[in-house]
Write a protein that binds this ligand. Structure first.
Ligand SMILES: Nc1ncnc2c1ncn2[C@@H]1O[C@H](COP(=O)(O)OP(=O)(O)OP(=O)(O)O)[C@@H](O)[C@H]1O
Length: 601
């Protein structure tokens, strides 16, 4: 999905409509039977509505004009005129309730679909996506789908049924008059077409700008400290005001199209129709029986005009909803990350066999990678990491350390070359097994606004013993138990109740709780003080020989004791070996980095 930074993008309305309808059908599938019943009852309501004027005509023509006062029949006809309208309204209301329920359930399904889909999207997608806009997709756009259901399924359906029923009744009463009414209908289509042409770009633009507003809001809140510290409030305020103003202008032109074209044109059309019918009657020799027909026709005119007004008035909302639904559909079409669904058991068996045969934990062969074509970040990388080793990766900023880690984590597919984990090609391992084998401690520990327990568990359903064991291994147990509710203490948004070091220890506990055989640390000690770093160091030392640890580190003291240190330089391995060996290379990259850090300390 392209980030919506260009609200001006010209919409492909037909395609959007197709996408929207397909999505509506998909989300409403389990409620199909409700749809069938609603159509049936709406047809019954339309039939009743059409019957009313026919009974009125009978009352006038057969009783009132000829003074044929058959009271019981007259009372029955009068009751029919009143009751048919009343029952039709009741039936319609019940169908509205039924379809609203269907709409809400469909929106619920759709939200779940979108959310679970987003969770599976490849990392490359998030490089381009804007958080606020994605959130808007899951909340606002799916909500807009609800109005699409109500409009399409209720107003449109109901109005169409009433329209068809009324036209049939008119034809039965006087087909020539009906033809005159029908002949004027293309004028309505013209009005709707003009309206659409005028308002569609404004509708699309308004929607995109609303998404942009959400995006700016989320971005500003997320980076509030930086924003305030750089005195950027006014600049951001102005940027927001411009977007907001654009949104207002877009909404205004949409409203103008409605107020200046749609409504006046339809009202005029109503008057023309009435005039045409009265004119036709005026030119005829009015017989007694035709008074009833005139009454019925005038009653039916309202029933032709009203559904048409309803249908056309819904177009603005309909367009918005179609655009929103199409955007949700586009997001759902976005390719999910490559599914790795090889049979878990088979892979486990092979992995265990490889393990027994002493295959390296990680073997990388001739790996090349570029985020963007032509800008290679990793060049022909080859290395082997034996099981249980502790390997440090160092290098200057932008040398490709995090990229290498991302490839090991399968966030991006390797473009050339191969990566083997315990002897298995990376993409042949099923997801569940892979995530269990490989743990990650990221640079910025991401904590949920939940308890310490939930943050370590991360929905894996681990037992208290497993959670505690992981916390102990990460040296986090002591400070967690010192919290007022121990493992059940809510940690606040982003773990705001903890220090950065403590958050890092929770992140390590979380990674260890999965008992991974490979642990990846992405500058996990960069934000913590020396004391906490020592605790992490001890925790890592305890894993030695049991877990293969690959740690990216800017602070070289963290990886000084590593079995091997890999020095990256512009995406290539420049040096490799243990600390002492690398320090022997006079003028070597590692030696210079180390000495610089010693000086700085
Ligand atoms: N998502 C991305 N899209 C495009 N280019 C990227 C992306 N992530 C990183 N790069 C580029 O790839 C190169 C290597 O970046 P990487 O983050 O791997 O470096 P690093 O060694 O981890 O740096 P640091 O120590 O600063 O974290 C850089 O030139 C960076 O601009």
């Amino acid at each position: 999905m392209k980030p919506d930074t260009k609200p001006e993008t010209k919409p492909d309305t037909t395609n959007q409509m197709r996408q929207a309808i397909a999505l509506l059908r998909r989300a409403a599938l389990p409620d199909q039977h409700h749809l069938g019943w609603a159509v049936l009852w709406l047809a019954a309501a339309a039939l009743l509505e059409v019957l009313g004027p026919i009974m009125g005509k009978a009352l006038i023509d057969e009783h009132l004009l000829p003074h044929h006062l058959d009271w019981p029949r007259m009372a029955a006809l009068l009751a029919g005129v009143v009751l048919t309208g009343w029952i039709a309204s009741g039936l319609r209301y019940l169908q509205l309730v039924r379809l609203s329920g269907l709409a809400m359930r469909s929106v619920m399904r759709l939200r779940e679909m979108v959310y679970t889909h987003v969770l599976l999207l490849p990392m490359a997608f998030f490089d381009r996506a804007i958080t606020g806009q994605l959130v808007s997709r899951v909340t606002n756009d799916t909500e807009a789908v609800k109005s699409l259901y109500i409009q399409v399924l209720f107003v449109m359906l109901d109005s169409t049924i009433v329209l068809v029923g009324t036209v049939c009744a008119m034809a039965w009463l006087d087909w020539r008059l009906m033809l005159i009414v029908l002949a004027l209908l293309p004028a309505v289509l013209l009005i709707v077409w003009l309206y659409q042409r005028w308002s569609a770009p404004a509708v699309t633009r308004a929607r995109a700008l609303r998404s942009e507003i959400n995006g700016q809001m989320a971005e500003s809140i997320g980076g509030m400290s930086v924003l305030q510290a750089s005195n950027a409030e006014q600049r951001f305020g102005r940027r927001f005001a411009t977007t907001n103003q654009d949104h207002y202008t877009a909404r205004l032109s949409e409203l103008r199209a409605n107020a200046w074209l749609l409504r006046p044109a339809l009202d005029l059309f109503n008057i023309i129709l009435l005039a045409a019918v009265i004119f036709m009657f005026g030119h005829r020799e009015m017989t007694a029986t035709e008074v009833g027909v005139l009454y019925a026709f005038i009653s039916y005119l309202a029933r032709v005009i009203e559904p048409l007004i309803q249908i056309t008035m819904q177009f603005s909302q309909l367009q918005q909803s179609v655009v929103a639904t199409a955007r949700v559909a586009t997001l759902l079409d976005e390719g999910a990350a490559q599914e790795h669904r090889a049979s878990g058991d088979a892979v486990a068996a092979r992995a265990t066999a490889a393990n027994d045969s002493g295959a390296p934990a990680i073997a990388i062969r001739h790996l090349n990678f570029a985020y963007n074509p032509g800008q290679t970040v990793l060049h022909d990388l080859s290395l082997e990491i034996p099981q249980g080793d502790f390997v440090g990766i160092v290098g200057h900023t932008g040398s490709g350390k995090s990229t290498l880690l991302s490839l090991l984590l399968r966030f991006y597919p390797a473009q050339h070359g191969s990566i083997l984990v315990h002897g298995m090609p990376l993409d042949a391992i099923d997801n569940e097994r892979f995530r269990a084998e490989v743990g990650l401690v990221p640079q910025d520990p991401f904590l949920l606004a939940a308890s310490a327990r939930e943050n370590i568990d991360m929905g894996r359903g681990l037992s208290q013993e497993q959670i505690e064991a992981a916390a102990r291994a990460a040296h986090a147990h002591d400070f967690i138990t010192a919290l007022d509710q121990g493992y059940d203490t809510p940690l606040g948004e982003g773990g705001s109740r903890l220090s950065v070091g403590q958050k890092q220890l929770i992140a390590i506990a979380r990674a260890l709780a999965g008992t991974p055989r490979i642990l990846l640390l992405d500058e996990a000690t960069s934000h913590i003080d020396s004391q906490t770093e020592q605790i992490v160091q001890v925790a890592l030392d305890e894993l030695r020989g049991k877990v293969t640890v690959i740690a990216i580190a800017h602070r070289l003291s963290t990886i000084r004791d590593a079995d091997r240190i890999i020095v990256l330089n512009h995406g290539r391995i420049a040096e490799t070996g243990p600390h002492e060996q690398l320090m022997q290379i006079d003028g070597g990259l590692y030696q210079r980095l180390y000495l610089l850090q010693q000086l700085a300390a």
